[in-house]
Design a protein around this ligand. Structure first.
Ligand SMILES: *Cc1c(COP(=O)(O)O)cnc(C)c1O
Length: 228
């Protein structure tokens, strides 16, 4: 096994172990975060069986998709970075998931620009769970209204919630943030049948996130090595 395959197997093993420890029957999905990585790194991971890739910047993602050609169409593309309203058209056309929906004014343009022949764009509402001034995401008490507006929009499908908790050195603090996310998620599930995704946990805390109910972890560094 080369470096890349070793890293991939190791992340899959970490997720499986965390899931087993949590006694979870539901699958936990791996999103490979390929921001700043070249198209060649995406192709290499795809060759090992990885399908879902997360990108932070729309232009970078589109350039990579063009470079990957036919392979790109067989992969699932998630936007996980902040979305500016002037990029809604490109996101609606070239992504399968938007994980960073955090304000109402994005909903109408995304809905309008989703091409008729495409399946609905899967949407996660991003929550600023630690109330950080620098972070995108809506406030916890805005989740219900935003989620309802997404669920009602043609061409969009509400799938759940995403969060990036504050990088607290204290694991207890991070666990608490994950728990508050799970409570929001469980409440949302009772109101919306399509909701099945709680996206939280990254390279250094995916075990904790899975223990607290994550159904999707977003992993970059542990798969691809440090970013430049
Ligand atoms: C970069 C990024 C990740 C991956 O972080 P790693 O620590 O490299 O695993 C996950 N989620 C979001 C939103 C990111 O921007």
């Amino acid at each position: 096994m080369n470096f890349r395959e070793t890293a991939y197997r190791s992340v899959l093993d970490r997720i499986a172990a965390a899931r087993a420890a949590a006694g979870g029957a539901d699958p936990v999905h791996l999103l490979a975060v390929s921001k700043t990585q070249p198209a060649e790194a995406v192709a290499a991971l795809a060759a090992l069986g990885q399908r879902a890739f997360g990108e932070n910047y729309v232009q970078e993602a589109l350039a990579k998709q063009r470079e990957l050609g036919a392979l790109a169409a067989t992969l699932e593309w998630h936007l996980i970075g902040p979305l500016q309203s002037n990029k809604c058209r490109e996101v609606a056309r070239h992504f399968d998931w938007l994980q960073s929906l955090d304000r109402a004014k994005l909903i109408a343009p995304l809905s309008r620009e989703r091409p008729a022949g495409h399946p609905p764009l899967n949407v996660l509402v991003q929550v600023n769970i630690d109330d950080e001034a620098s972070k995108s995401g809506c406030a916890p008490d805005e989740v219900d209204a935003l989620a309802a507006a997404v669920a009602a929009a043609p061409g969009l499908r509400l799938r759940g919630l995403m969060a990036i908790p504050a990088p607290a050195p204290d694991l207890g603090q991070r666990r608490d943030a994950f728990r508050r996310m799970r409570a929001l998620y469980e409440a949302l599930r009772t109101a919306h049948a399509d909701v099945d995704t709680l996206s939280m946990g990254m390279s250094d805390d995916l075990e904790l996130a899975v223990a607290e109910g994550a159904t999707m972890v977003r992993v970059g560094t542990a798969l691809f090595g440090a970013r430049r």
